[in-house]
Write a protein that binds this ligand. Sequence first.
Ligand SMILES: O=C(O)CCC(=O)C(=O)O
Length: 280
Amino acid sequence: MNRHPLRPVTEADIRTYEEDGVVCLRGMFDREWTDRMREASIRFMESGIGRKRIVQKPGETARFYSNVFMCGLDPNFMAFRNESPAAEIAATLMRVDRVRFWYDQMFIKEPGTSAPTQWHQDLPFWPFRGSHLISIWVAFTPVTKDSSGVEYIKGSHKWPKFYRPVTPDEDPNFANPDLEPCPNFSERYGDPSLKFLSWELEPGDVVCHHPMAVHGAGGNKSATQGRIGLSVRFLGDDVQWDPRPYTVKIPVPPKVPAGAYPGDDAVFPVIWERPRAAAE
Ligand SMILES: O=C(O)CCC(=O)C(=O)O
């Protein structure tokens, strides 16, 4: 299983991430990782444990399943967090020398589920402020537009918008009434002011997005191909802890005051640091 990205993250990749709020990096994780994690994801879903959210549309047996804080629940996800290239990719794209782990989230769309991923931004339901935050969405199966490939609106991470959060199962605990609902951008595909980005993915490809980037996905129209991905979220240098109402509650809050850098190693461990250059 590869420890470092299978190819370097380039300056052009970093600029794309900064400009567009999202970048697709091809072939970063090897087959050993993707086979292991695909099997671990399915096994975990069938186990029924965790803080799962399951959407099953009336009349359908196929599920849209997601679960969070995976690495505290399953050693495969812990290995992925600690030993895969995900954290190094995150640090490189954010141009930081150290990243802390926030959480990981597994997404499975079984063949035939019509459940969408509603258009949303991530930061409105995260208890942080700042710009050094990133999600690394790693494909463990092939992904096409029809099998629910995630779509992003180019440059939307720079919009002065903070939309009301919506989870797959529309959990009211996140539905902050003070924020405007996120429009259904699928109704605006012809709008020349919007550029939609999405990629057909192979296992081991990764799409990295800023948590202010507006994104969403359709159902999985494939009759045979499940769509499985893991979004691993990391924090960089300029992040401040901001436990507002309607944001994710973590079992053990960090021992830092609101407004401070979340430097509590027990809650947000450092996963990757840039190796220091050898002394001359
Ligand atoms: O995989 C999906 O359907 C949603 C992904 C997502 O919203 C995320 O990674 O933040």
